[in-house]
Design a protein around this ligand. Structure first.
Ligand code: NDP
Ligand code: 8X3
Length: 266
């Protein structure tokens, strides 16, 4: 019998690529997102392998619980729906943006996981894969609450593993770096030009790359649990720790001894 993956945020980016990847390998998928017309397009593209297309806001606890807890035979929950909003320093940020990130990236993951997990435990099988981020490991200016939400999902995943020890339910956190999708358009609220600058001159990760890694983690032998998997484009790595030198003038750009260092393209 075909296995079933429930994918949140399947209307774009990583989620849509994962739906295509899993269907290509003979899986069935349940696709979730807010944009109904995108869900319908994906259902038209992938055909009967889409066993349900659920138009849902993962921030809505009651709707998530009602729609997901009735589902049987979910082999994989991919907690992918999420977003970043803004890149402002913490003292300038719009508090509504912070709340939206917390509600989506943290609470949405909690609601979906809580709705699906009981049946996985009862059947003693299943896999919860969550999309974290390098932002959950490595701080950067303007990452503030977005990075905090991704640190939450990393630690939540680890704690789920602790709770699930003794069952055959697996838990994995996949942590991509810079990847080209609609992510930056959303972060910069529709400013497509600014979004493009994030990836300019690089060979960024693509949604298909993340789908490959998710599929890999999901299809290892059932006794193998990938806890955490971090990946980046070849064009991304860590910088040195930033140092602000109060008694020195700010060096001209290109100096190796930079002052307030902001390596973000965005
Ligand atoms: P996209 O913007 O392309 O996709 C985001 C998806 O999340 C969309 O399908 C969107 O669907 C869905 N979504 C957002 N809010 C909600 C909500 N309230 N309810 C239901 N669905 C929602 O971005 P990516 O594919 O890049 O992002 C996917 C995940 O990967 C996110 O969690 C993101 O934080 C993470 N990530 C992204 C990286 C990147 O550089 N691109 C790197 C590391 C992690 P809809 O609008 O239809 O609801
Ligand atoms: C997305 C990657 O670096 O924009 O999670 O935060 S980054």
């Amino acid at each position: 019998m075909a296995q079933t993956a429930l994918i949140t945020g399947a209307t774009s980016g990583f989620g849509a690529a994962c739906a295509r990847r899993f269907v290509r390998e003979g899986w069935q998928v349940i696709i979730v997102g807010r944009r109904t017309e995108r869900l319908e397009q994906l259902r038209d593209e992938l055909g009967e392998a889409v066993t349900a297309a659920i138009s849902l806001d993962v921030r809505d606890r009651q709707s998530v619980t009602a729609a997901l807890s009735r589902l049987d035979n979910v082999d994989l929950l991919l907690n992918n729906a999420g977003l970043a909003l803004g890149l402002e320093p913490a003292w300038e940020v719009d508090l509504d943006d912070w709340e939206t990130m917390v509600d989506t990236n943290i609470k949405g993951v909690m609601y979906c996981t809580r709705a699906i997990l009981p049946k996985m435990v009862a059947s003693n099988r299943g896999h919860i894969i969550t999309i974290g981020s390098t932002a959950g490991n490595w701080p950067y200016p303007g990452g503030n609450v977005y990075g905090g939400t991704k640190a939450f999902v990393q630690q939540f995943s680890r704690n789920l593993r602790a709770d699930l020890l003794g069952t055959r339910v697996r838990v994995t956190n996949i942590e991509p770096g810079m990847a080209e999708s609609e992510f930056s358009n959303v972060r910069f609220k529709g400013d497509a030009e600014r979004a493009k600058t994030v990836y300019a001159g690089t060979d960024p990760l693509r949604p298909e790359d993340i789908a490959e890694v998710v599929f890999f983690a999901a299809t290892l032998p059932p006794h193998v649990n990938i806890n955490t998997l971090e990946l980046m484009s070849i064009n991304q790595a860590w910088g040195h720790l930033a140092v602000h030198r109060e008694s020195h003038p700010v060096p001209s750009s290109g100096s190796s001894a930079s002052a307030d260092d902001d390596s973000r393209a965005g």
